[in-house]
Design a protein around this ligand. Structure first.
Ligand SMILES: [Zn+2]
Length: 77
């Protein structure tokens, strides 16, 4: 009897200390993939940091910095 109770407690404790997180391969629609920790072993994304409009848009914005000055001059900003 006692042995069974102890085994059950030990099992619960181990579950609490080690949540079911494992290596998760994330694949994006753009072809980019990376590994993270998740309860799923595989995930699919529509956007990631490599193709998200916020990041790609920001890069274009920086690359075309000259246009901002033209825009400002045109509208007297
Ligand atoms: Zn992506």
């Amino acid at each position: 009897m006692h042995g069974c109770v102890r085994a059950g407690k030990r099992y619960n404790m181990r579950e609490g200390i080690h949540p079911d997180y494992k290596e998760c391969k994330v694949t994006c629609a753009c072809g980019n993939s990376f590994v993270t920790k998740s309860i799923n072993s595989e995930m699919r994304l529509d956007v990631c940091s490599a193709c998200h409009p916020f990041f790609t848009g920001q890069q274009k914005f920086i690359n075309r910095g000259g246009r901002v000055e033209k825009f400002k001059n045109k509208y007297n900003l």
